[in-house]
Design a protein around this ligand. Structure first.
Ligand SMILES: [Fe+2]
Ligand SMILES: [Fe+2]
Length: 194
């Protein structure tokens, strides 16, 4: 097998792809591809059926699709969002995907709340939340995040708690109030596994 066909196999394995309405820089696309690659790796290791793997990847490709859109565009699609503008791109992408015909509630909730967490998430939201944080292109806590990424297929609840703890701590240290969905998500994890 040539290198060319090997890379074609990899991109085929990462379908679906970016929506036509995405507004993303090349660096953003590279991030999304790394998240998709990690999610595809987890799905393979966990023996996830293709239909569920496709839901995971659909959420990955949608989650940052408007991350580089203008505040005006974000406000148009996420008019009810409050808080810092960095948190608007998830709700905006979910609203846009829904307007384009996406019906899967789990996928839409994964995209909408990917920066915060959501107590009611199914597996799609939990996978995206972890992969977005653990993808190897981020430059902080490289070794610890790589360990968690490798552990995910064997200990999903443990890795979700570790990722949520890190993300909450970061936001608390920054001085922002913790958004209500984030607090409820954290409490749901703590209650489920003390
Ligand atoms: Fe994001
Ligand atoms: Fe992301």
């Amino acid at each position: 097998m040539t290198g060319g066909s090997a890379s074609a196999d990899i991109s085929a394995a990462l379908r679906p792809t970016l929506p036509a309405w995405a507004e993303v820089t090349p660096d953003r696309v590279a991030h999304i591809e790394r998240v998709a690659h990690l999610v595809a790796t987890w799905a393979d290791r966990m023996g996830i059926p293709d239909s569920e793997r496709n839901r995971w990847l659909k959420a990955v490709w949608l989650h940052d699709a408007l991350r580089d859109a203008s505040p005006a565009t974000l406000g148009e699609w996420a008019s009810s969002s409050s808080g810092p503008v960095e948190l608007w791109h998830g709700p905006a992408a979910a609203a846009r995907a829904k307007a384009e015909g996406e019906l899967d509630r789990g996928v839409l909730d994964a995209v909408r709340y990917h920066s915060l967490g959501l107590a009611e998430w199914d597996m799609v939201g939990r996978v995206l939340y972890c992969a977005d944080y653990l993808e190897p292109g981020r430059t902080f806590d490289v070794a610890a995040r790589a360990e968690l990424a490798a552990l995910f297929p064997r200990d999903v609840p443990g890795v979700i708690r570790a990722v949520a703890r890190a993300r909450l701590s970061h936001l608390a240290r920054s001085g922002w109030p913790l958004p209500e969905p984030m607090v409820r998500f954290w409490n749901s994890l703590s209650v489920a596994s003390p």
